[in-house]
Design a protein around this ligand. Structure first.
Ligand code: 1HE
Length: 300
């Protein structure tokens, strides 16, 4: 080939390449109304952060390593969750590429002595506590591998949406290690200690339907539909009174661990605090005056 033939061949390749890579413009991306974050959050290179109104979208952005969590990504997650913009009322977290998260970056693990390993695990606890006990509810949108530390991160979120492709594993057993990102505390509370024991001892992997049956997954959607669902849920959540979000995130899990007597007492204090906010008063009045939505059956 030479001359014109070369040009035609290159032109054909460039068209084919462009067609291959162009997104389908007939259906806009679910986050097409989101704009990139500014300031501190914009500087986090292992996360893609964008915002639309009161909803922030954090996308894990290490696809070449299947979003494996190295020290840098862990630090950036922590930074993001303790620096949420004041107008954010719900966060959606998802993963770039074919998988949500491959867990701990194993290449960094081999270098640590015992003391460094304890501090490393405590660092994960601090970051995932910033998710679970932060200021706003967090929805995890799960696809592909949700394994090891990826499952630990998902368990720290408040709601989990899983696409068909999602699967859940704890390969720590096979790697000769143990969970260190809060998994032994949070995962049994979702699926039960017996199922987690099975996963860790035998390497058993659950698919998305099993994840739903076993209490890990709140919403099941088809491939590619997770982000839209997560954003839809986040918009609903963002419309709640902030004090309700606080009570659900901070009081509910603690009360669930208390003795019934202490729990009931704590509940009364939380209930009285929530109902005495101006926002609650306004919402109650709106219902009584026929201006608020009634309770209707969910479609999910
Ligand atoms: C990684 C990691 C990782 C991928 N650390 N580099 N987690 C695991 O034991 C899961 C290990 N990963 C896998 O089983 C697979 O990678 C996946 C099923 C997640 C994805 O498979 P696939 O075929 O799409 O990707 P891949 O070819 O295996 O990986 C692509 C690259 O990502 C490759 O690097 P490359 O330089 O050769 O291209 C992999 O080495 C790299 N990669 N996963 C480091 N995890 C606080 S305690 C928490 C304890 C845990 O999380 S233990 C569970 C660890």
């Amino acid at each position: 080939m030479g001359g014109d033939a070369d040009d035609r061949y290159l032109y054909f390749l460039s068209i084919r390449d462009r067609e291959h890579r162009l997104p389908d413009m007939s259906t806009p991306a679910p986050d097409s109304t989101f704009t990139p974050a500014t300031g501190l959050l914009a500087g986090l290179d292992l996360l893609q952060v964008s915002q639309d109104g009161a909803v922030l979208h954090l996308r894990l952005n290490r696809p070449a390593k299947r979003n494996a969590i190295n020290d840098g990504l862990m630090a950036q997650l922590h930074t993001a969750f303790v620096n949420l913009p004041a107008d954010v009322r719900a966060v959606v977290i998802s993963g770039e590429g074919a998988h949500f998260c491959a867990g701990l970056d194993l290449s960094e693990l081999v270098e640590r002595d015992i003391h460094a390993a304890i501090l490393h695990s405590r660092g994960w606890h601090a970051a995932f506590d910033a998710i679970q006990f932060g200021r706003v509810p967090v929805i995890a949108v799960l696809h592909g591998a949700v394994v090891g530390g990826g499952l630990e991160m998902a368990a720290a979120c408040h709601i989990r949406v899983a696409e068909d492709s999602a699967y859940f594993g704890l390969p720590e057993g096979q790697r000769g290690i143990f969970v260190g990102g809060g998994g032994s505390v949070r995962i049994p509370r979702l699926m039960g200690a017996a199922r987690m024991t099975d996963m860790m001892l035998t390497g058993r992997v659950f698919d998305a339907d099993q994840g739903e049956r076993y209490g890990v997954v709140n919403y099941r959607v088809g491939d590619g539909a997770g982000l839209a669902k997560g954003i839809e849920l986040a918009r609903k959540i963002a419309g709640n009174a902030p004090m309700t979000a606080f009570a659900v995130m901070h009081a509910l899990p603690r009360i669930a661990e208390m003795s019934p007597s202490e729990g009931l007492f704590a509940e009364s204090l939380m209930a009285a605090s929530a109902s005495n906010t101006p926002e609650a008063q306004a919402r109650l009045r709106a219902f009584l005056e026929g201006r608020a939505a009634k309770v209707v059956k969910s479609e999910d």
